[in-house]
Write a protein that binds this ligand. Structure first.
Ligand code: BES
Ligand code: MN
Ligand code: ZN
Length: 501
């Protein structure tokens, strides 16, 4: 993991491989962004002119290396585009995160770099630090030694002398968020032949010890004893048996308690309703919800938030075999409701239902589940936006507000009551499939059936943004993204501040 520090030194005096500055598109051409002053001076005030000659436009995503002029101790200057210069001088957190992310990605293979980007406020410092640490992420665990560029080893965020304490705190929060998002990315990127319910649970136990969390693991025997029919039914076709993991963080001054429930299908083949070729290559990502929940609980602990947060990870591998659940089978879920499994590929809602009922028994103030649940949500919202559904509109709207402050793309979705009857079953209390149209909302309505009366609940369908198949952009690499981690941490912070419930 890349090391991060904050410094008030001048960009000219730092012995680094690279110093990073921003450039924006102004009314009358390119303008070096705040933070770039010293570097611009070292170019005798001709930085904008030089960049213009080189055809640099200042667009977001642009990164150009220049040899360092005399007067800088750095090896080279890396200029990153910030897009249009804002009239009020505030670039906004996402622009800064993305620019720092582009810089860090470009710097893979370098050792030390200074980020001389706009850092007028602690929020700016946090954005630059977070974008830098997220952009520096690389997943090289499965490459032979030496193959794959190592991420930049050290990043120094340059900040003004005024407000140093706040800048340090902001960088620390960014470090926790980045490390926990990167933990999520590692878990999501780890192939299913190494990450199965058992090894996932072991990883939670290890981290639990390190961060003072209480971890309880139900193995297949304990699940059978407890009648967790949903998790067992999904897992029974696999040689890798399922697990339900509870990971709890408590604070003595907590006045609110949150339960986060994560879908943890370590591989989704579809089961007997097998997915066709072209649909299962990325299905190691189907535990992204559980990974986000796990990381968020660790983050809550590392940040010392004054709130109780319990994570419930519903872990199973969905495979076809002679022991697998068949379409038409009826499962008796935890809590006693029965479900007719019409399609074994609608497995996420089955493991989540058990975990939601179990989480509800502890009477948290709210339950938020996170899942790569439906292809339909991707059709609705695309690859970068997750859907938010809830059993209270006010709660859904506060979660949407939290996503915006956390810097994640999300959108509120409805749970139209008329879609419920499509899941009526002729043999069981409910079927695991309904109308095709609005499939993401149908899945949400299924989950809602398992939320105990009086409990506030929301569902985040992250099927789109959890796994990035395109080229890297900003601070987002290929593969696991860490989707929903920042939102869950924001919710925990909001709950601690008495602003969520
Ligand atoms: N894990 C998938 C959803 C998914 C698809 C996530 C693509 C990420 C990328 C889920 O288990 C699934 O298979 N859902 C089905 C439900 C259907 C059978 C009712 C779907 O969306 O097609
Ligand atoms: Mn599936
Ligand atoms: Zn799935």
């Amino acid at each position: 993991m890349t090391a991060l520090s904050v410094s008030t030194s001048s960009a000219a005096s730092l012995r680094v491989d690279a110093v990073v500055v921003g450039v924006a598109k102004g009314d009358k051409g390119l303008v070096p962004a705040p933070g770039a002053e010293t570097v611009a001076e070292a170019f005798d005030g001709r930085l904008a002119e030089i960049l213009d000659t080189l055809g640099v436009s200042g667009a977001e995503g642009e990164a150009v290396k220049l040899p360092a002029p005399a007067g800088l101790k750095a090896g080279f200057v890396l200029v990153v585009g910030l897009g249009d210069a804002p009239a009020d001088g505030d670039f906004g957190a996402e622009t800064l995160r993305r620019a720092a992310g582009v810089a860090a990605r470009t710097l893979a293979g370098s050792r030390k770099a200074a980020l001389a980007l706009p850092t007028a406020t602690p929020a700016d410092v946090e954005a630059v630090a977070l974008g830098g640490l997220l952009g520096a992420y690389a997943f090289n665990a499965y490459r032979a030694n030496g193959n794959g560029k190592a991420p930049v080893a050290e990043l120094t965020v340059l900040a003004p002398r005024k407000g140093q304490k706040e800048a340090k705190a902001a960088a620390e929060r960014a470090t926790v968020l980045a490390e926990e998002m990167n933990r999520t990315r590692d878990l999501v990127n780890t192939p299913s032949n190494d990450l199965n319910p058992k090894s996932f649970a072991a990883a939670v136990q290890t981290a639990g010890k390190e961060h003072g969390l209480k971890v309880e693991v139900l193995d297949e025997k304990a699940l059978a004893k407890g009648s967790f029919g949903g998790i067992l039914g999904v897992g029974q076709g696999s040689a890798n048996p399922p697990r339900l993991v509870k990971v709890a963080y408590t604070h003595p001054k907590a006045r609110a308690s949150l339960a986060f429930v994560g879908k943890g299908i370590t591989y989704d083949s579809g089961g007997i309703s097998l997915k066709p070729a072209g649909h299962n290559e990325t299905m190691k990502c189907d535990m992204s919800g559980a990974a986000a929940v796990f990381a968020a609980v660790v983050a809550a602990s590392r940040l010392g938030l004054e709130v109780n947060v319990t994570g419930w990870l519903a872990l199973a591998e969905n495979m076809p075999s002679g022991t697998a659940t068949r379409p038409g089978d009826v499962l008796r879920m935890y809590g006693g409701k029965t479900v007719e499994v019409l399609n074994t590929d609608a497995e996420g809602r089955l493991v989540l239902a058990d975990a939601i009922v179990r989480a509800g028994e502890e009477k948290p103030d709210a339950i938020v589940d996170v899942a790569t649940l439906t292809g339909a949500m991707m059709l609705a919202l695309g690859n970068r936006t997750f859907g938010i559904m809830a059993n209270e509109d006010g709660f859904r709207d506060r979660i949407f507000d939290a996503t915006q402050r956390a810097g994640e793309q999300a959108w509120p979705m409805p749970l139209p009551a008329e879609l419920r009857k499509g899941m009526d079953s002729s043999v069981a209390d409910i079927a695991n499939m309904g109308e095709r149209m609005g499939g993401g909302l149908v899945a949400g309505l299924f989950l809602k059936e398992f939320v105990a009366d009086g409990i506030t609940w929301a569902h985040l369908d992250i099927a789109g943004p959890a796994f990035h198949e395109g080229q890297p952009f900003g601070y987002t690499p290929k593969g696991g993204t860490g989707s929903a981690v920042r939102t869950l941490v924001q919710l925990a912070e909001d709950a601690a501040a008495g602003e969520l419930l």
